[in-house]
Each structure stands twice: as C-alpha cells, then as structure tokens.
Design a protein around this ligand. Structure first.
Ligand SMILES: [Mg+2]
Length: 382
C-alpha cells in the first residue's frame, strides 16, 4: 500500500481536517491544527507531504521519525501539529486495514470508561452557576473554567477578589457534589500566581492549569511547594523533549499534552508513559474537533495514568460548528453520565461526513483569539 494524496480542509469553528488517501482505497483522517494559525499548519502539512507520497502508511514509526528529523529544524507548535494530524491519519489507516480500533493496536484497554469534563462559560458568577446546573442535568459532574480575566504582573486585590468570588459561589452552591479545575490560561505571571493560588486553596479546585506560562516552567515546582492543589500544564509543550524538562523539574501533577499539537498518537502515547514513570497523571488537552478527541481517547484507554478527558461540546470557541457536526456516526461517541466509552469501530472510529466537510470548508473563518490589553495599554496574555 502506498500513500497517494493529502487533502486539508480548514473548517468552522477553528479546526482543520486532513485526509490521507492510499492506492488501495483506504483513507485516514486526522486533525492537524494550532488554534489561530491553521493556515501555517496547513502549509507545513503540504510541505511535509513530499516525505509521505509513495510511502507505505503502515510504517508509522519510520514516517514519524522522518517527519521529525529529516528537516534538521524540529519541534514547536506548527511543525508538531502538522506531524500530529498526519500521525493520527496514519493510525486511522492502520486500524482500518487491520480492522481494529487504535486502542487495540496500542495493547488494548486498561480501563472500561474515562471521565469527561466540560468547559463552563460565563463571566458573572450567576451565569457560571446556571451553566453548571444545565451541564449537570445532562450528566456532567466535572468541569473547568477560566480562573481569572487579564492580570498584570502585579495587579490589584480587586482582581483577586473577583476571581475568588466566582469560585466561592460555586463551592457554596454545589458543595462537593461537583469537581472543577481552574485554568489560569497563562494569563497570570508568577508574582500574582502565588497570591491567587493561595486565595483559592480553601475552595479545593481539582487542579490549577497553566498557573504561569509554559516558558516559565521553572515556577511549577516553586508554586507546587506552596500549595496542595494539583498543578496541570502541557497544552503548550510539543514533544517528549519538551515534556522531559518539566517532568525532571517537577511540580506538575497532571500532564496535558494535546493530541493535535504534540506529535499525535505516537508521541503522546510515549509522553503518557514518561508521565507515569514520574507518578504524574494524564489529562489530554482537547478543545478541538472529533478526530482530535478520538485520538485522545485512544491514548486514554491504554494509559493507566489517564484521569479525565477534556472535550469541546458547548465550549465558547465553537461558533459555527459543534463537536460532532461533521461526524456521521455520532452515537458511537455518546457521553453517558459524564463518561466516554470505547468506540468499537476500526481506526479512530470517526466516520467523517465528507460532503459536509467539503461544503463547510468553502467558508471557513480565520479564527483568531482576541488581543487583550491592560489598563495602561500594554498587551496582556489571553
Ligand atoms: Mg488551558
């Protein structure tokens, strides 16, 4: 079997799908994208395609190494997201050829189901409470919300109070019938992260995500030393070579590689095993589409340290399309009482509604995150 063609489709809300075709008619799908830079990743995918056309898709390990090493320069969000989507599509092909789900090819199930968590939107406490109630009704009991809005390197007690007020209201409304993680989103610099984590400690969030930016990872062990709240990070790390530094540095309790950013299923399977060796939990980052999610689940179901899975249903970014809009076999991904179950279909188990993908790709928006500024006009982290 030989790879014959790579086709990319940028899609609403902010995704990109990749279709890899072969001379024997088997096709695989992946999701190579970095949010807000889809065209850059698209260019990288097509530039890398010269290493793939005419090659045997079964040799995923060799192709991955060629894509990673052959260009001399490697790593980073654009190249590793391109490799990620290609790798996902190659696993999809392998599963279809061997008539087995990807998790079977990785050694088989280590668990029967995995907890899904849901994003909660809303800026005001009352909105957050109402949104959690709605999600509770459809079975979720684990959530994530942003921990604060923009924050200066040194900022006011009013900003801290505003952030704490939301969390205090959630705990008083729900007690410990729910769990929730707080995503600082890299918005907070080390000086205020120390203060904010200290103030949030009494409300026992499930984790604090990206308390500081990944490039300030030396603060993770220092922040972990001052708090009992587990620290999570990883969505802005792109290979095992990035993750080894933070695992060695310590401080992270939950590792969050993104299956569409960190080299795909092959690389994240290895990263999961590295985390296990450090007694660090795995919770793959996934605010993206169905192929990214299916790839996450393949790794969750074979990794002993996986604890819960993010998914983008109802997420505030999903403007113009929802998680399963492009999936023909939606029922295979049903969430029951907040749990995902293994999908028994071969490969990634996603039957892509290709007609809809082609149609919607004609009007794909160029999604961008907002550029925030602080009161003095200087740029803030979003
Ligand atoms: Mg995050």
């Amino acid at each position: 079997m030989k790879i014959t063609k790579l086709t990319t489709y940028r899609l609403p809300p902010r995704w990109m799908f990749l279709k890899i075709e072969t001379d024997e008619g088997v096709t695989g799908w992946g999701e190579p994208v970095i949010e807000g830079r889809a065209r850059s990743v698209e260019a990288a995918v097509h530039e890398l395609s010269e290493y793939l056309i005419g090659k045997d898709p079964a040799r995923i390990n060799d192709l991955w190494q060629v894509l990673y090493r052959a260009g001399f320069y490697r790593g980073g969000p654009i190249l590793m997201s391109a490799i990620a989507g290609i790798d996902q599509a190659l696993w999809d092909i392998k599963g279809k050829v061997l008539d087995a789900p990807v998790y079977e090819l990785l050694g088989g199930l280590v668990r029967d189901r995995i907890k899904a968590y849901s994003w909660v939107g809303g800026d005001r406490p009352a909105d957050v409470i109402a949104n959690i109630r709605t999600l509770q009704e459809i079975g979720f009991d684990t959530f994530k919300l942003n921990g604060c809005e923009e924050m200066g390197i040194i900022d006011s007690s009013a900003k801290i109070d505003a952030a704490v007020a939301v969390v205090a209201e959630i705990r008083s409304a729900f007690g410990n019938t729910i769990e929730f993680g707080l995503d600082f989103h890299g918005r907070v610099a080390a000086p205020m992260a120390k203060v904010l984590i200290h103030e949030l400690e009494p409300f026992r969030p499930l984790f604090i995500e990206e308390p500081v930016l990944a490039e300030q990872a030396e603060y993770y062990p220092r922040l972990a030393a001052q708090t009992h709240i587990p620290i999570a990070a990883g969505e802005r790390m792109f290979s095992r070579f990035d993750f080894k530094r933070v695992l060695e540095g310590g401080g992270i309790s939950i590792l969050q590689p993104d299956l569409s950013h960190a080299g795909g299923i092959s690389e994240c399977f290895r990263i999961a095993a590295m985390a296990e060796a450090y007694d660090v939990a795995l919770a793959p980052h996934c605010p993206l589409g169905p192929l990214a999610l299916a790839s996450c689940l393949a790794v969750d179901f074979v990794s002993h340290n996986a604890v819960f899975q993010e998914q983008s249903m109802g997420i505030h970014y999903n403007k113009g399309a929802e998680l399963f809009d492009y999936v023909a076999n939606k029922d295979d991904f049903r969430i029951e009482d907040g749990w995902f179950y293994p999908n028994k279909r071969p490969g990634l188990g996603v039957e892509v509604d290709e007609e809809l993908v082609i149609e919607r790709s004609k009007t794909a928006p160029d999604w961008r995150n907002p550029v925030w500024r602080l009161a003095d006009g200087s740029v803030a982290e979003w």
